[in-house]
Write a protein that binds this ligand. Structure first.
Ligand SMILES: Nc1ncnc2c1ncn2[C@@H]1O[C@H](COP(=O)(O)OP(=O)(O)OP(=O)(O)O)[C@@H](O)[C@H]1O
Length: 591
């Protein structure tokens, strides 16, 4: 039975999930909130010190009170500095912790997502999510969230003090709060989509950038520099426009809030001034009240400034959790067993397969069975389904119907890790990682000895070339193996696979970039190795020599297995085989 899929939480308010992840950092988060409370207290006490200095010091000509209040003001200022530091330090520590976990979580998820997800997801969109979106979440936690918390605490503290000091004036002052809050809520409601759009367009821009970085040679070869620049500029324009729309939305809202606060300030000075003249209010109280007025506007403004960042973070969190919650199509069944021994009987039982999102089937009712130690070549025109066949053995995709079995057992019954670690596969496209050649060869077997590395490099016909490099096996290759020819990269990839503990070997057109003579040498070595070590080997090859050597050839045509047999058998029975071979002979003569 298939394990239940991940619970789809994407509908849950994404920021709520971000807040939920704070529980792992509760102590640092508590430190930040406590610092924020103390900071508010240090702010709230300062106007009272002013009132004391004016009413009991200056008015009563008491220098001692003036001196003491000044001294306490210095203490309050130092305390504000300390608590401010504490608040930002703890908030940043918490935020860094949360995004550290999130980054790891999303990376692990990307590692575990099936091929079908990666077929459809754009690499640059994923990159934007791991970098820019996560950064938005960090800013939300370290800055915006703290701004909102300290704003709320300040608002309640100051409102209480104002109400105690003069409730009438306090009520006038406090009207600014709901009015500003209304403006802010309207702003957020209207513009939340806009912030998501900014991130989406940033991702689009990164797509073009990434394609151009990877494909720089193609761009230059086809003299498409200016066309690519135009494409990038068009997307850059779109991003600029959306960014300007966000800025405009912010600018449209904030002047109203500032206007409101100025009006209230004027009312306080007017109303309070009259009260002082009529002796209903002391001068110190008016000064303190006015200072509090500035303090009470601060929270509203803080929430205002935090609002766009919160809207942006909500959109970012949504995008990040979309990846975290993405369905893993291919995973272990609950009762999966480890794959231990390979007898060599691989069976395709009426296999049909359709790629996710595709309209036609890539494989249609394919059935065959291999014998132990058999070398199987798969041949067919381009797009006939050769790679698809071998993709189903390590479960890069699962069959749409039918079954793939190893020694009679459905591949879906095995744990993925054990199944894949027994299958050595060399892909059509070679990917090397940044690091030394030795590190690349030992990618899946770090503890391999240098003798083992040299042995596989010799089999892959790359040892002599490596030794001719000044740093030998310690030569550093670029992130995509730049600096090596296509054939050299392919041979390093073959060595990398040969070093693993495979028992089924799959070579997907993996000597296509190697010259015919070297390919024949590799093939000779591999034939020997396959018959010794592997239980079954599959080779997708265009070269006649490889095909001739195979024990059996599977001939594919438009997703169907149309013929199978040895070279001689197929020469006799299959016109398609003859035609493919003929075209290859022509190709070989031409090259
Ligand atoms: N990831 C994918 N998503 C959708 N369709 C795919 C995908 N990969 C391959 N296909 C389609 O499935 C069919 C078989 O593709 P496959 O890669 O197996 O052919 P192939 O015989 O290995 O071709 P080639 O010799 O060119 O490598 C093709 O029509 C192809 O367009």
């Amino acid at each position: 039975m298939q394990q239940p899929e991940f619970e789809d939480n994407s509908s849950v308010f994404p920021l709520q999930r971000v807040l939920g992840s704070l529980s792992a950092y509760r102590w640092t988060a508590l430190g930040a909130v406590l610092s924020s409370l103390l900071l508010t207290a240090a702010y709230a006490i300062t106007p009272q010190l002013f009132r004391w200095a004016i009413d009991e010091g200056i008015t009563d000509n008491d220098l001692k009170v003036v001196f003491y209040s000044a001294a306490w003001m210095v203490v309050a200022a130092i305390a504000r500095g300390l608590f401010n530091f504490g608040q930002s330090f703890w908030a940043e520590t918490t935020a860094q912790g949360v995004v550290y976990d999130l980054r790891n979580q999303i990376f692990t998820k990307i590692q575990n997502l099936s091929f079908s997800y990666h077929d459809q997801a754009q690499t640059s969109q994923l990159l934007t999510r791991v970098t820019s979106d996560i950064e938005q979440i960090r800013t939300f936690l370290s800055t915006s969230l703290m701004q909102v918390i300290s704003a709320i605490v300040t608002l309640f503290t100051i409102a209480t003090i104002l109400l105690i000091m003069n409730w009438e004036l306090a009520l006038i002052t406090l009207t600014v709060v709901p009015m500003s809050a209304f403006l802010m809520a309207r702003f957020l409601q209207k513009n939340s989509k806009l912030f998501g759009q900014v991130q989406q367009e940033l991702g689009n821009l990164n797509t073009v950038l990434q394609e151009n970085l990877f494909g720089v040679r193609v761009v230059k070869a086809f003299v498409r520099e200016s066309a690519e620049t135009q494409r990038y500029t068009r997307l850059n324009d779109a991003l600029l426009k959306t960014n300007m729309r966000t800025i405009l939305a912010i600018r449209n809202t904030f002047p109203f809030i500032f206007l409101l606060s100025n009006i209230v300030s004027v009312i306080v000075i007017g109303y309070g001034g009259i009260a002082v003249i009529r002796d209903k209010f002391s001068l110190g109280e008016l000064v303190a009240f006015n200072s509090y007025l500035l303090l009470i506007l601060q929270p509203v403004l803080l929430i205002g400034f935090a609002a766009p960042a919160i809207a942006g973070a909500a959109a970012s969190a949504q995008r990040v959790y979309e990846v975290v919650d993405a369905k893993i199509e291919i995973r272990d069944r609950s009762n999966a067993v480890p794959f231990e021994m390979c007898g060599g009987r691989i069976t395709f039982e009426n296999v049909c397969f359709r790629y996710p999102g595709a309209t036609t089937e890539a494989l249609k009712g394919v059935s065959f069975e291999t014998k132990p130690k058999e070398l199987i070549a798969i041949l067919g025109m381009t797009g006939s389904g050769k790679s698809t066949i071998i993709n189903l053995i390590p479960r890069f995709y699962d069959v749409t119907s039918g079954a793939v079995r190893i020694d009679g057992r459905d591949v879906r019954d095995f744990t993925l890790a054990s199944l894949r670690s027994h299958i050595g596969i060399v892909f059509q496209e070679t990917t090397l990682f940044s690091g030394t050649i030795r590190e690349n060869i030992t990618y899946a077997k770090h503890n391999a000895t240098m003798e083992q590395v040299i042995e596989v490099a010799k089999t892959a016909q790359i040892h002599d070339f490596i030794m001719s490099l000044p740093d030998g096996y310690e030569t550093i290759v670029g992130e995509r193996g730049v600096g090596l020819s296509g054939g050299q990269k392919q041979r390093i990839a073959i060595a990398r696979t040969l070093l693993t503990d495979y028992s089924i070997l799959i070579l997907d057109d993996s000597t296509s970039a190697v010259d015919a003579k070297t390919a024949a040498q590799i093939q000779e070595e591999l034939d020997y190795l396959m018959r010794q070590k592997t239980c079954t080997a599959f080779v997708i090859a265009q070269r006649i020599s490889t095909v001739k050597n195979a024990d059996r050839i599977l001939l594919m045509d438009k997703g169907r297995l149309v013929a199978q047999g040895t070279h001689e058998e197929l020469m006799r029975t299959s016109p398609l085989y003859g035609a493919i071979l003929e075209s290859q002979v022509k190709q070989t003569i031409q090259t």
